[in-house]
Each structure stands twice: as C-alpha cells, then as structure tokens.
Design a protein around this ligand. Sequence first.
Ligand code: SF4
Length: 112
Amino acid sequence: MYTFNYGCHFFRQLVRLHDPARPLQVEIHPGLHCDRYQCPHCFGHGQRPLPGKVLSAPELGRALDDVMAVDPLIIVSGITTEPLTHPEAPALLQAIRSRGLRLERNLTIQSR
Ligand code: SF4
C-alpha cells in the first residue's frame, strides 16, 4: 500500500524549487535572558543572562539591507530567551518594520 507523505513531498518541492542564495526566512534571537522563566515548558529556568556583545539596531539594519531584495519572512523569537530583553528591542523591531519586511514574532509582553 502506498501512503502519500505530505511532509516529505513539501520538503522535496522546497529543495527543488528553492534557490539557496535566496533565504525564505531569517530568524533573529535578540534576547539575552528572560525576565520571567515561568513558562512550564521552558528549559531556560535558572539561566543567567547570556554573556557577550549584542547586535545593535543599526547593525541589524545593515544585515536586513543585505537580504531585503529577496523579501524573506523575518522571525523574531528566542531559545530560552525573551526577545524583549534586548536593550534596543523597540529599535530592532522598528528596523524590521521600517523596511516593510514581513514580521513574525514570538514575544512575551509582561504587565506589571
Ligand atoms: S524564555 Fe519564553 S518560554 Fe521561556 S519562560 Fe521566558 S517567555 Fe516563557
């Protein structure tokens, strides 16, 4: 018996039709930590803020300028980090919006 595998078909079509020089999406994880660590499914509990230098809004803007011509979907998310903990989070989002890029986001807005 033959069973059609939709997932396999989708990815084969994606590979066949997609030009690797033209990214479909760009995922950005700008957060350094999370100020909640309360979601039961999160494995970031107890994690300290990540060390190191963060990407500034102008640096992100220059990176976006490099990919604007192919109009990728921009995803703002995090892996055990909340994007809004970036010190320039509003400016980062503005850098995306001002370029008219499609934006998908996974942000936790906390009311205090
Ligand atoms: S990093 Fe995201 S998933 Fe984890 S606790 Fe914070 S908001 Fe929840």
